[in-house]
Design a protein around this ligand. Structure first.
Ligand code: NAD
Ligand code: LMR
Length: 438
């Protein structure tokens, strides 16, 4: 059994520690000579995965049977996951043999991905490459990725110096080994072996500009990066942040097609910020916990192509509330551009959204976690005549596992949809033509 007694990542909390984390209390196990907590073993797990209980200072002895990890417990305990330190609950049931067992312990819903970490990290190498890592998004995104224990290697590439960012992040005591890369010569090494490539490279908007105004500069940048991906990491998942996303995603796809390495399941336009904004704004308006909301925002990522499906939020809105919310979600980017007054567009909220999306891809592909869903702009058949569209997408080991259809739309949302389609069509075609006609 692995002894992680001295590993600070897995320190148990003292028994009387105030519970600073959300999470249900675990009921006391029933009396019995041999009480066991049990959890279904995640895929790829093995008998040496460490388990720690609150109130003990040592890893808890456990055994592995029939896909379950059995943990002896002799007192009411709380289990705390490393990193997130969230509590998980368990119930006690009597085993058929007559022994008392805490059966089917960890309700999966309470298990953050990091709880599975010890099971996968011994065998997985997970390299994530950020292209544009020295920029306004790139730096905080790199920080959040460095904090993600699923990542073993973080490659930071930029045409601007990124060595300082890499050196800075490399002092953080999380697993990812951080390396900075700069310039065309180093791009192949930055990409080689990447599991996921995240692209926040390119120029941001200034007040008065649309995202499409960025096309002339960013299209070429993204095309160059996609070419390098095709040559150096053709199997990587690719998450495109660079605007205009409605056009840059088709650019990446067309370049990969030209190189014969396009897998539509692996190329994503990151629209997560629109969902994050929708959850935030609705939460604020309705006094709801925005972290519990999951409002689909479908379509694309610019102005009228952003279609918030507020009717699926579980809340009701007056006409004026709905108008205000929809406008704010569609033009949230402009709100930030205006507030930054020439100093760029959303960077910190985008880093948060990008890190969330990256984590979802990793949860699905590395941890093989089921039911991971994100709205993302992907190759899709859900709208006739549009090659790409964002709806809820279930992620799996190979990327896109299932594209959900457009949710039921209210009459108002149907009008939003009708306004989005022609704009999206033009944006997509512009990207396709850029690669094939230039
Ligand atoms: P930024 O200017 O602060 O950073 C961009 C970085 O990209 C810079 O460090 C730059 O050196 C680098 N870069 C430029 N060309 C490159 C190349 N060929 N290879 C590698 N790196 C290169 O800009 P930012 O605020 O970080 O925004 C980046 C992009 O993300 C913009 O296009 C912006 O519109 C977009 N964005 C998208 C979303 C979204 O929701 N998808 C949200 C916010 C911003
Ligand atoms: C956003 O939505 O904030 C980004 O797309 C950046 C922008 O230009 O608005």
């Amino acid at each position: 059994m692995t002894n992680n007694n001295n590993n600070p990542k897995y320190q148990a909390l003292p028994e009387d520690a105030p519970p600073p984390y959300a999470g249900p209390q675990m009921p006391a196990p029933r009396a019995g000579p041999s009480n066991y907590g049990a959890t279904t073993a995640p895929a790829g797990s093995h008998v040496n995965a460490p388990v720690y209980l609150v109130g003990t200072n040592a890893p808890v002895q456990h055994r592995y049977e029939h896909g379950m990890i059995l943990i002896p417990v002799r007192q009411p305990v709380r289990m705390v996951c490393p990193y997130e330190r969230k509590e998980v609950t368990t119930t006690v049931e009597r085993h058929a043999s007559g022994k008392a067992y805490c059966a089917a312990a960890f309700l999966a819903i309470f298990l953050p991905p990091f709880c599975f970490l010890p099971f996968c990290m011994s065998s997985c190498q997970v390299k994530v490459t950020v292209i544009g890592a020295a920029g306004g998004i790139g730096q905080p995104l790199a920080l959040l990725l460095k904090a993600n224990p699923l990542i073993t290697e973080l490659a930071l590439y930029d045409v601007a110096p990124s060595a300082g960012v890499a050196a800075d992040l490399s002092h953080i005591n999380t697993p990812a080994k951080v390396t900075g890369y700069r310039g065309d010569d180093q791009l192949p090494a930055a990409l080689s072996g990447a599991h996921l490539v995240v692209i926040p490279a390119g120029v941001p908007r200034k007040p008065g500009m649309t995202r499409d105004d960025l096309f002339n500069i960013n299209a070429g940048i993204v095309k160059g990066i996609a070419t390098a991906i095709a040559k150096n990491s053709p199997k990587a998942f690719v998450a495109v942040i660079s605007n205009p996303v409605n056009s840059t995603v088709p650019i990446v796809a067309e370049v990969l097609k030209q190189h014969g390495v396009y897998d539509p399941k692996r190329v994503f336009g990151v629209t997560t910020l629109d969902i994050v904004r929708a959850n935030t704004f609705v939460g604020e308006l309705k006094g709801a916990d925005s972290q519990t909301l999951s409002i689909p925002v479908i379509g694309g990522h610019s102005g009228v192509t952003i279609i918030p499906v507020l009717s699926a939020s579980g809340h009701t809105f007056s006409d004026s509330e709905r108008e205000t919310l929809v406008h704010r979600i569609q033009y949230g980017g402009d709100e930030v551009v205006k507030a930054k007054d020439g100093a760029g567009s959303a960077t910190l909220s985008m880093a948060f959204a990008g890190a969330r999306f990256a984590n979802s891809v990793l949860e699905a592909s590395v941890l093989k976690k089921a039911g991971v869903k994100e709205c993302t702009f992907v190759k899709s058949d859900v709208v006739e005549g549009l090659e790409y569209f964002s709806t809820v997408v279930e992620l799996g080991a190979e990327g896109v596992a299932k594209i959900h259809p457009i949710p039921n739309l209210s009459e108002y949302e149907r009008k939003l949809f009708d306004a989005a389609v022609p704009e999206l069509k033009g944006n997509i075609q512009k990207g396709v033509d850029f690669v094939n006609k230039s």
